[in-house]
Design a binder for this molecule. Structure first.
Ligand SMILES: [Zn+2]
Length: 112
């Protein structure tokens, strides 16, 4: 019998996604999906808040997990992609639905 105590809160490696705003935790009975919501309590100081948005049974295959991640990334409730830098970002980092804050500053001359 393997000792699984240390893996009960394991965060899956999603570095291939190049999206730091999504996390998946593999727990003993569930796989839980989190997204990072960004709010701006102070200008230039974004606040991150990890929110669980989905969970599935821990027996799900890697394909299913990848499929769910893909669904989340494509869900416009959570993420939009910037038409300039093409990054996929949480809504809190977007200026409208076409530009992210950075590109809005750099290309539209909008100052935050
Ligand atoms: Zn951008």
């Amino acid at each position: 019998m393997e000792n699984n105590k240390n893996s009960s809160k394991e965060i899956l490696d999603l570095s291939y996604l190049d999206n730091e705003f999504i996390r998946v935790k593999q727990l003993q009975t569930k796989i839980k999906f989190y997204i990072c919501e960004i709010s701006w309590p102070h200008p230039h100081k974004p606040k991150k808040n990890w929110k669980k948005i989905k969970e599935i049974d821990a027996s799900a295959s890697d394909e299913v997990v990848k499929f769910k991640i893909n669904q989340i990334i494509k869900d416009k409730q959570f993420f939009l992609s910037c038409s300039k830098c093409l990054r996929v970002l949480p809504l809190g980092l977007m200026h409208g639905d076409a530009y992210c804050y950075e590109c809005a500053e750099n290309h539209l001359g909008i100052i935050y």
